[in-house]
Design a protein around this ligand. Structure first.
Ligand code: CO
Length: 197
């Protein structure tokens, strides 16, 4: 049986290096988490929330799925948002998409992929909502535009959840941000679609 021993070895090295710099790090974190940010990003292995923002364990609450989609009937994602807003009291929700997203690419093309096509329908809806913007573009430009528009659409979806609406009604400090990441140069960009109370 393969036990992935190298990952356990690397884990011991990692834990020791953290303790070396900050002997109380794990004791402190084990008592509570109070992250300021909720990150909703793509499952893509090249877009790890903590590393690209240089945030430490305990600093960001994370939900990831294919193409960073927020669907009003997705109990998983909604539960994450509710817990983050109402219990952890995060101040910022960040939707972070990325250029070159495989999910976005698949939604733009017309091949069949099986079960996942049902998930990708949500992205096809984003094309339909913005059809005129796509008409004159080359394929690569369409791909980049859809990666951006998809983030903006998910920002709207988050703002329309009862969770966020209620938080704002109660005067809670909560901002929703739309960002995009380039896997080619490692740089994050704000899409200026932020919404605050
Ligand atoms: Co992706």
């Amino acid at each position: 049986m393969k036990t992935l021993k190298h990952l356990f070895n690397d884990n011991l090295i990692w834990a020791a290096s953290i303790k070396d710099k900050d002997p109380n790090f794990f004791t402190r974190l084990s008592k509570q988490q109070s992250p300021e940010y909720l990150w909703i990003g793509c499952s893509d292995s090249r877009v790890p929330a903590n590393q690209i923002t240089n945030l430490q364990p305990g600093e960001v609450f994370v939900h990831r799925n294919i193409a960073n989609i927020v669907v009003h009937t997705d109990l998983n994602c909604l539960s994450v948002i509710q817990y983050a807003v109402e219990i952890l009291k995060v101040k910022h929700i960040i939707v972070c998409g990325h250029y070159g997203c495989g999910g976005i690419k698949a939604a733009l093309e017309d091949h069949e992929h099986g079960l996942i096509d049902n998930w990708l329908r949500h992205i096809k809806d984003v094309i339909r909502f913005n059809q005129s913007e796509f008409d004159q573009l080359e394929h690569e430009q369409k791909l980049d535009l859809l990666c951006e528009l998809n983030v903006k659409e998910q920002v709207k979806n988050i703002c329309n959840t009862t969770i966020v609406k209620n938080a704002w009604k109660q005067g809670k400090e909560l901002s929703i941000h739309g960002w995009i990441y380039s896997i080619e140069n490692g740089i994050l960009k704000d899409l200026d679609s932020s919404t605050t109370l």
